[in-house]
Design a protein around this ligand. Structure first.
Ligand SMILES: Cc1cc2nc3c(=O)[nH]c(=O)nc-3n(C[C@H](O)[C@H](O)[C@H](O)COP(=O)(O)OP(=O)(O)OC[C@H]3O[C@@H](n4cnc5c(N)ncnc54)[C@H](O)[C@@H]3O)c2cc1C
Length: 225
């Protein structure tokens, strides 16, 4: 069911140079599935601008609505996010989206670039206790662009069925390097892939998996641009 509701900014935290965590109040009767998003309304000079944001927290922890937002230089919503204050209220609509956990495999691969990690984080957190295998390949450019890193490391330490592979496309460190497609498993059969991030990377990865014989019921994706 789609709700329209007013939500208040409870807290904000800068995670990297351009990525911020915003926590909003969540109405008691609002429901969502892990992986879904809401549409936030920004009213500027009397004109409404709607933008979509994936819910970071899993539905089982819905005392608030967390969003990780990458501020795009000159972006309409980005400029508003850059100046919002605790207590500011926004109209929101949701929940939307079919990018949710389909639970059709014991071996689940999550592939994200940037803030595309948000719906995957929610799905992993919500389902990790099932004992099924979850692998997250999280691609960013430089080490300083990694966020949720400590949380994900702690999650991997706590759950042996969760493997976390942060990977940098640039820079130097002792972890995984190169584009995240490089870290796909050799044997793709029997696995379900969830891909989220900017359009080019999502489409390229989806096509790569298809070309290697993965059929569409095993490739779930969401594009942010
Ligand atoms: C289903 C869905 C879920 C989303 N969830 C999130 C989320 O959780 N976190 C998040 O940060 N964003 C998310 N987005 C993207 C978000 O909705 C906005 O598009 C983004 O915040 C830019 O909005 P803006 O108004 O600041 O920029 P706009 O004014 O709309 O665009 C400004 C310029 O930036 C370009 N641009 C837009 N988005 C990007 C991008 N991602 N990277 C590079 N250039 C871009 C546009 O093409 C345009 O040229 C999601 C999008 C969808 C469709």
């Amino acid at each position: 069911m789609i709700h329209t509701f007013t939500s208040e900014l409870l807290s904000k935290k800068q995670l990297t140079d351009n990525t911020h965590l915003f926590s909003f109040s969540c109405p008691e009767d609002f429901t969502f599935k892990a992986g879904q998003f809401v549409s936030i309304c920004f009213e500027i000079d009397g004109k409404k601008h709607m933008r979509s944001y994936s819910i970071l927290n899993p539905p089982s922890q819905k005392s608030k609505l967390d969003f990780v937002v990458q501020l795009i230089p000159g972006g309409t919503a980005s400029k508003e996010f850059a100046k919002i204050n605790i207590g500011d209220k926004f109209e929101m609509k949701g929940s939307f989206g079919h990018f949710t956990f389909v639970d059709n495999s014991d071996d689940n691969w999550f592939l994200a670039t940037g803030t595309g990690v948000a719906p995957l984080y929610s799905m992993i957190k919500e389902n990790i206790s099932s004992g099924k295998k979850f692998t997250l390949v999280f691609g960013v450019r430089f080490e300083e662009n990694l966020f949720l890193h400590e949380e994900l490391l702690a999650l991997a330490k706590k759950h042996e069925n969760f493997i976390y592979i942060p990977t940098l496309s640039q820079g130097v460190w002792d972890g995984a390097m190169g584009r995240f497609q490089k870290h796909l498993p050799e044997n793709l059969s029997g696995k379900t892939f969830y891909i989220c991030g900017i359009k080019e990377v999502v489409m390229e990865t989806k096509e790569l998996l298809s070309s290697k014989g993965v059929t569409k019921e095993y490739i779930k994706f969401e594009r942010y641009s």
